[in-house]
Design a binder for this molecule. Structure first.
Ligand code: GLN
Length: 200
């Protein structure tokens, strides 16, 4: 065997509400141990965490109820966190309304930014950073569901992808990654690999 069992990565997926099973399956497909996180002690021994899409108000409320806010903030001081869609909202500093946020990443976000008419859509994105983890040059097919946009990136946060009209929909600040869309809903694992190989 080439890899010692002890070197296998353990990644948590916050499993309070939303599309967490899809992330778990994607991680397992990449040979990573995926741990569903519902309580503070589930964070012990993890190498990183994914906060899935869902409903950020509900996830935030459950984070408060399960006393996860401070443990997640402390986790984020050391370890990588990726927020997809509602997860990106929860990672952000400011969304111009009051609801529980982790406030870990220097981005501001607008919730439900595409309005009712275009509740959900998909788009083929050019994402240059994915070439670091894959030889596949094809665009990334991204699924947006009542998605937020990243309004502003601050303090050296890097923009990873934009829509054709310039709206920012993926960004990275050190060990934090935020995407407006749902990479776990397509069969394409390039974003998960980018998180595991480059952000972790
Ligand atoms: N609209 C949701 C929110 O504001 C996010 C949608 C999603 O995660 N797909 O929390």
């Amino acid at each position: 065997m080439r890899h010692a069992v002890g070197s296998r990565k353990r990644i948590g997926v916050l499993a309070l509400q939303g599309a967490f099973i899809e992330h778990v399956k994607m991680l397992q497909g990449l040979g990573v141990e995926a741990v569903q996180v519902r309580l503070p002690q589930h964070l012990d021994g993890l190498d990183g965490l994914i906060i899935p899409g869902g409903e950020s108000t509900t996830i935030g409320k459950l984070m408060v109820d399960f006393e996860l806010i401070e443990p997640l903030r402390r986790f984020g001081e050391q370890k990588a966190i990726w927020g997809t869609c509602a997860g990106a909202i929860l990672l952000s500093r400011d969304i111009h309304r009051t609801q529980p946020l982790l406030g870990l990443m220097d981005i501001t976000v607008e919730r439900n930014a595409f309005g009712r008419q275009v509740d959900s859509f998909s788009a083929d994105l050019s994402v240059p950073c994915l070439s670091l983890v894959s030889q596949d040059p094809s665009p990334f097919h991204a699924v947006f569901i009542r998605a937020p946009i990243i309004e502003k990136v601050l303090n050296g946060t890097e923009v990873l992808a934009r829509l054709q009209d310039g709206k920012i929909i993926a960004a990275r600040q050190g060990h934090f990654l935020a995407t407006s869309f749902h990479p776990e809903l397509t069969g394409d694992d390039r974003f998960h690999r980018y998180f595991l190989e480059r952000v972790l």
